[in-house]
Design a binder for this molecule. Structure first.
Ligand code: SF4
Ligand code: SF4
Ligand code: SF4
Length: 662
């Protein structure tokens, strides 16, 4: 073995030592969190890893993700050549993978192809980052340097691969190598490595040094996600979309509830922050960020990551110690915490399934449950829900008054019905939304659907309380409702409010309440398809263009996207429908979720105004919704833009009721 082999051995061992030591530290930091990384349902985890990780399914949901796809796969393919170069450098002789037979030319062909593609993808990535400069890729200088270093190392690796290929002939179809050879090497190549001599030897050393630099640099850089993203997808916790897990408030051993310090997050939640690719997709889709609030979900994740890397090592030495910085206050400030609308967009778009929103809501739980600290206006709404079971503090015993003259029965009078119609607070008390409840009653009665309401026995579902962080109140509401439902043997429930829908469908099962829940969008569509009602578009008020705003809790959380559009088409005519750019899963929040409905919007511009403008820009004269919160916010948004007389905000149930005879 020559001295050059021995030097490379020393460097390889040192680089691997640095690499694995850093991984060991990261592993321990992650394990500062609660519990362990899940190892149940292995086949599902492997499927996630293959489809979302290696298949890059979530990355390529947007066009710019294809660049990452090719860099990712190019990297794996080129690893073949990387290994060959490293092994050759470690041992005497001129090692190649030629002994693999037909696989060798195939791999050379792939390396030539992907090497070319990766160079193009990197050029485009650099152009995008430094010339187009999308806001979502902005970050501190150190992060920009990181990106250039990593991309530079990959470029160096590929150049070295092509350099060696140009000098020595390899089997395989290698058009890029041939082109470079004819430009830089007179179209000739050596038959063997010995023949290529010192030039080949120099490039090989350059190549091996780059590989080892990569190994050392990666786990210390922002690109640590190269190592952590795939495990993050593998260890993904399976959870029900739309559900905020119930806290065990009866756990007498618990010293706190919610997340007070970073040690209160689960190990998986800490792995999450280490896996952030800094792609900024979450930030780009965040309604709070887009309207000038200090909240950026990307920054939330990166700030928690920095907190973990900065304060975590001391906690590893003394597990009883508290972090040097406070999670709330030092790391996540109040204006950031309370700006979240719980729209879920950040979690939906993240290519590595990180959950910024859930991290914020857990801090809210701690603020409310441990400190009683939350925005003043929200305090009023929660107090009202506590005393009168609705956020407006209107007498509970008047909850059923809205339908006194509509011939609607209560469960107490008549429980021999197919459905419970859970009206919700807005549908019961809000004057504008009572029109929607009334329209729905007309539809149900005309279709011959049997239903009753609970009237004064109905209570708020606790959605807002839950998302503000008042778990105790949310649990009380949920428990009471489930007991009432069960006392009447309820099996099927209609809701108009997507927040009620989401809570009853996705969260009440945690209280033993399993029901078939249907939102009026789905139900109306079904009734029309079954011929139970016959909308007549010529009768509706909505003759002009209609657009539809997807409520986050209906669309993104519960995949109810097609039925509201189908209903509008049936009632207002398909030709009258016009879509907004941000729609369906990519819809833009109205700004009311997460308890924001009850808080003042004092920073930045209006979220509802932003959304209303998008709707108005389509030229629609009717902005349709299927949610009471959205209706309130968008009505304000439209009025705020001075278009209150030109554009009406209507629920799909109203549009359908208008189109019916009688
Ligand atoms: S849930 Fe919505 S508002 Fe909250 S951080 Fe995510 S994108 Fe922003
Ligand atoms: S949290 Fe996800 S979407 Fe946001 S920057 Fe990180 S990887 Fe991208
Ligand atoms: S979740 Fe919202 S709309 Fe539904 S009942 Fe509670 S406050 Fe009313």
């Amino acid at each position: 073995m020559g001295i050059d082999n021995l030097i490379l051995w020393a460097l390889v061992i040192a680089a691997h030592g640095v690499f694995f030591y850093r991984l060991y530290v990261i592993y321990n930091l992650v394990n500062l969190g609660q519990g362990t990384l899940g190892l149940d349902r292995i086949p599902g985890r492997i499927a996630d890893l293959l489809i979302k990780g290696f298949g890059q399914k979530l990355v390529i949901r947007e066009r710019s993700g294809w660049g990452h796809f090719f860099i990712f796969w190019g990297f794996w393919v080129i690893t073949f050549g990387t290994l060959e170069g490293l092994i050759r450098g470690l041992f005497p002789g001129h090692f190649t993978f030629a002994f693999l037979g037909p696989i060798y030319p195939f791999m050379n062909t792939m390396a030539d192809f992907f090497g070319t593609i990766v160079m193009v993808a990197i050029a485009l990535a650099l152009y995008r980052r430094f010339v187009i400069k999308p806001k979502r890729l902005e970050g501190p200088l150190s992060h920009q340097i990181d990106a250039v270093v990593i991309l530079g190392l990959i470029v160096g690796l590929i150049c070295a691969f092509f350099g060696m290929s140009v000098l020595v002939d390899r089997p395989g179809l290698m058009p890029m190598t041939s082109l470079l050879r004819s430009v830089f090497h007179g179209g000739t190549a050596a038959e063997t490595i010995e023949e290529a001599g010192a030039a080949f030897y120099g490039i090989e050393w350059f190549h091996n040094l780059i590989v080892l630099s990569f190994l050392v640099y990666i786990p210390y850089s922002k690109h640590v996600h190269v190592v952590t993203a795939l495990p993050n997808l593998f260890f993904r916790d399976e959870r029900i979309k739309g559900r905020i897990e119930k806290l065990d408030l009866e756990d007498e051993s618990a010293e706190s509830f919610g997340v007070v310090t970073l040690k209160d997050y689960s190990a998986k939640e800490l792995l999450d922050v280490m896996a952030c690719t800094e792609c900024g997709r979450c930030q780009e889709s965040c309604p709070a960020y887009n309207t000038g609030k200090p909240l950026s979900p990307k920054k939330v994740v990166l700030d928690i990551k920095e907190h973990l890397l900065r304060d975590g090592p001391a906690l590893l030495k003394d597990p009883e110690a508290e972090p040097a910085h406070a999670l709330y206050g030092d790391v996540i400030e109040g204006d950031v915490l309370w700006a979240c609308t719980s729209c879920g967009a950040c979690e939906e778009v993240c290519p590595v399934e990180i959950q910024p929103m859930t991290k914020l809501l857990k801090i809210r739980q701690a603020r409310v449950l441990m400190e009683g600290d939350f925005p003043k206006e929200a305090q009023n709404a929660l107090r009202n829900i506590e005393t009168q079971s609705n956020p407006w503090n209107i007498a509970q015993d008047t909850r059923g008054d809205w339908c006194k003259d509509l011939g609607v029965t209560t469960m107490a009078d008549n429980k021999d019905v197919e459905y419970l119609y859970f009206v919700g607070c807005a549908g019961s008390y809000d004057h504008r939304y009572i029109d929607v409840s009334t329209a729905l009653v007309k539809i149900l009665q005309q279709a011959g659907v049997t239903f009753s309401i609970l009237g004064s026995e109905e209570m708020c579902t606790g959605d807002s309380a839950k998302r503000i962080g008042n778990e105790l109140l949310a649990q009380t509401m949920a428990q009471s409702n489930v007991e009432t439902f069960d006392s009447y043997g309820v099996k099927k429930i209609i809701t108009s409010c997507p927040h009620c829908f989401n809570t009853i469908k996705n969260e009440f099962p945690e209280y033993g309440g399993d029901y078939e829940v249907i939102h009026h969008a789905d139900l109306i569509e079904q009734l029309v398809r079954d011929g139970k009602i016959k909308p007549n578009p010529s009768k509706t008020d909505s003759h002009d263009k209609v657009t539809y705003h997807d409520s986050c809790y209906l669309g993104r959380y519960n995949d109810i996207i097609e039925s509201p559009r189908a209903v509008i088409a049936m009632a207002a005519g398909a030709g009258n429908y016009v879509e907004m750019e941000r729609s369906g899963m990519n819809s833009f929040c109205c700004g009311a979720g997460g308890g924001r409905m009850w808080m003042e919007e004092t920073i930045g511009t209006s979220v509802a105004g932003d959304r209303a403008k998008e709707a108005i820009d389509t030229g629609a004269k009717t902005l349709a919704t299927a949610c009471p919160f959205c209706m309130t916010m968008l009505t304000d948004g439209v009025k705020g833009l001075g278009k209150g007389d030109e554009v009406q905000v209507r629920d799909i149930a109203e549009i359908v009721a208008d189109s019916l005879d009688g």
